[in-house]
Design a protein around this ligand. Structure first.
Ligand code: ZN
Length: 287
C-alpha cells in the first residue's frame, strides 16, 4: 500500500519541526542503543473526512505509525491478551505515534489500513494463510499479496448516487421498496468489537446468528427521523429482503476502506472467486 517513508523527513528536517522522530531520539538518549524506531505515514481511506471536529484526525489525510519492535511482538505473543482479543488493539495503541488517537475510535477502514501497513513494515507483503474454498469446502493454504491492498479510490456513490445524501458525519439512504429514509453512521473499532462480542455470545448460547440485523441495529441511527431504539430495531428486523440488500450495498459503497479483495483460484477444484484478505490470527504471526 502506498506509504510515505520518513527517510526524506530525516534528511530535510525543517526548523521548528517537532516531529516524533526528534521526540524518539530524545527519549532514547539514556540508552547506549539509541536506535531511532522508523515511522511512516499511512494514507487514511477516510482522508479524515468523517471524524468530528474534536477528533485528532478531523480532516487529516494520513496517520503516523512507528514500526513494530520486540515490544509489540511481546504484546502479540501474550496469551492472556490473545485470549481477550486485545493483542491487536494493544499493538495499534503502541504503534500509533499520536497518543491522543484511540484505536477504538478509528473508523474501521482506517484501522484496517493501519493494521496492514504495520504488518507489511514488520514482515513484508507476502501473507500466507488458510482459506476455505467456497467451491469445494476444502481448507487450503493461499498466498495473498498485501502490496495490492490500497485505499479504495472510487469517487461518488456510483449506482447509488440518487439514493445517498450526506448529513453531517452521517448519511441518509433512501430505500427503493419501502421508500423509508434510513440515517446511517460509519462504524469504528469499538463498534466492531461489540459486534464480534455479540456474535460470540450468540454462538456460546446456541442462538441463531443475526449478523446482518445486528449490523443494521448498530449503524442505523434513525428511520424516517425516528431515533427511538425500539423503532430502529423493529425496522431492522422487518425490512423487506430487497431493501435490506440495497441498504447493505449502499452502505458498503459509503464506507471508506481499503480494497481487500483479491483473486483466488482453488488448486483443488479450479474454483475462481474474489476473496477478501482475512485479517485472521496468523496475520501477525507469519510462519
Ligand atoms: Zn475448491
Amino acid at each position: 500500500m502506498p506509504v510515505r517513508n520518513n527517510e526524506d523527513r530525516l534528511g530535510h528536517r525543517e526548523l521548528g519541526d517537532t516531529s516524533p522522530v526528534a521526540h524518539a531520539q530524545q527519549e532514547s538518549q539514556s540508552s547506549p542503543f539509541s536506535f531511532v524506531v522508523p515511522t511512516e505515514f499511512v494514507e487514511l481511506p477516510s482522508r479524515g473526512k468523517y471524524y468530528p471536529k474534536e477528533h485528532p484526525l478531523h480532516n487529516v489525510e494520513t496517520i503516523e505509525i512507528k514500526h513494530m519492535t520486540a515490544k509489540e511482538e511481546d504484546l502479540l505473543s501474550s496469551r492472556s491478551l490473545l485470549k481477550k482479543g486485545l493483542a491487536i488493539h494493544r499493538v495499534l495503541q503502541s504503534v500509533i505515534v499520536d497518543k491522543k488517537i484511540d484505536p477504538d475510535l478509528l473508523l474501521i477502514g482506517d484501522k484496517n489500513a493501519v493494521i496492514i501497513s504495520t504488518r507489511i513494515a514488520a514482515y513484508g507483503t507476502d501473507y500466507q494463510t488458510q482459506v476455505t474454498c467456497p467451491g469445494c469446502n476444502t481448507t487450503l493454504k493461499h498466498n495473498f499479496d498485501l502490496e495490492q491492498v490500497s485505499p479504495r479510490q472510487e469517487e461518488g456513490y456510483g449506482e447509488f448516487a440518487d439514493s445517498i445524501t450526506r448529513k453531517g458525519d452521517n448519511f441518509v439512504i433512501s430505500l427503493p421498496k419501502t421508500k423509508v429514509n434510513v440515517e446511517v453512521r460509519l462504524l469504528n473499532g469499538k463498534d466492531e468489537k461489540n459486534l464480534a462480542e455479540a456474535m460470540n455470545m450468540k454462538r456460546k448460547h446456541n442462538l441463531p446468528d443475526a449478523m446482518m440485523t445486528d449490523q443494521f441495529k448498530i449503524f442505523i441511527v434513525a428511520v424516517n427521523e425516528h431515533t427511538d431504539r425500539a423503532i430502529i430495531n423493529g425496522f431492522a428486523e422487518q425490512m423487506p429482503a430487497s431493501d435490506s440488500r440495497f441498504l447493505r450495498s449502499a452502505y458498503d459503497r459509503i464506507v471508506p476502506n481499503v480494497e481487500m479483495t483479491q483473486e483466488f483460484t482453488c488448486n483443488n477444484c479450479g474454483y475462481e472467486a474474489a476473496m477478501e484478505v482475512p485479517l485472521s490470527a496468523d496475520f501477525f504471526w507469519p510462519r
